[in-house]
Design a protein around this ligand. Sequence first.
Ligand code: NAD
Length: 348
Amino acid sequence: MPDELTPARHAPRRLLVTGGAGFIGSNFVRHMLASDPSVRIVTLDALTYAGRLENLGSAMADPRHSFHRGDICDAASVRELLRGHSIDTVVHFAAESHVDRSIVGPAPFVTTNLVGTFTLLEAARDVWAERPPAGVRFHHVSTDEVFGSLGEHDAAFSEATPYAPSSPYSASKAGSDHLVRAYYHTYGLPVTGTNCSNNYGPCQHPEKFIPTVIRSCLAGRRIPVYGTGRNVRDWLYVEDHCRAVEQVIRSGALGQIYLVGARNEQRNLDIARLLCRLLAEALGQTAERYLELIELVVDRPGHDFRYAIDPSRIEREVGWRPREGFETGLRKTVEWYLANRAFLEAPG
Ligand code: NAD
């Protein structure tokens, strides 16, 4: 059993990316293929309502990438993929990810986020049993929501913040975090983890907040904002998150989780207003046309008031820094959705 956190360097060569047809996973697959010519990637995704092959874009034509449709809960296929492709790095994004859906129907969250993560960990433990730990890595992608809610003046979350999840989504992610850590401490599985703040950028499912605002503006429908609109989230551009995951896989300490965020706290209402202005600018309209669509709606049950991340550890120990500014990132996001309007109308 490892008794201390060991800084380690790892060169990922053959990656299994779970959930690679979703929002962040697809951005990560394209990011890795562009950043390192030596990698081979197998994407494993069940293509639930949230996954789309089109999100993988250029990766689908890249000979270094292959797509496998399958469920992370299917132990036999996961083992077969790990063995058959000599995988040395698992990057685990696959999850049920929408808090509102977890309130209406928590069962798939428990199945995919807990049982699915357990299934992957067991497969890695089994298949990698004969390999030196230095040559393999299991990276778990998680969320700041596991820490619960902050008050207006509380200090930001750090790696020392106790877990206090509020929703079935965040509880299931907290459970998967604990399982990953337990596999490090109990079996010595070489794991790393990242707990990231809210992401935005291309390919985010239309049910999420930023695409919802854009879609509502384009359709001339009301823009729903929960409660008073004063809830605060800490926003990070998806490409910055992808670089953080890559850097932690390459040089993070084993058994360590890193909090990832851009020190970019924003109130929901302010984001809705800024998006209205950016869309109006892009489409040559007046901002008022969109601003008047904003409507405060009945709050989500158990809605966490504020999330904020202190990213000092990943900055100090891994050398990661966000590159994208919030307004420039949102502008890129708006441009992407305007160029891909059909994406906003997809089922689900
Ligand atoms: P997403 O919902 O866009 O994508 C999830 C992907 O997982 C989809 O492609 C879906 O088909 C796939 N999937 C779901 N169940 C599966 C199963 N049983 N087997 C195989 N594939 C399955 O999610 P996202 O926003 O890209 O989030 C990815 C990860 O990042 C999640 O683990 C999430 O908890 C975490 N995260 C997200 C954010 C955010 O702001 N979106 C922030 C921090 C952490």
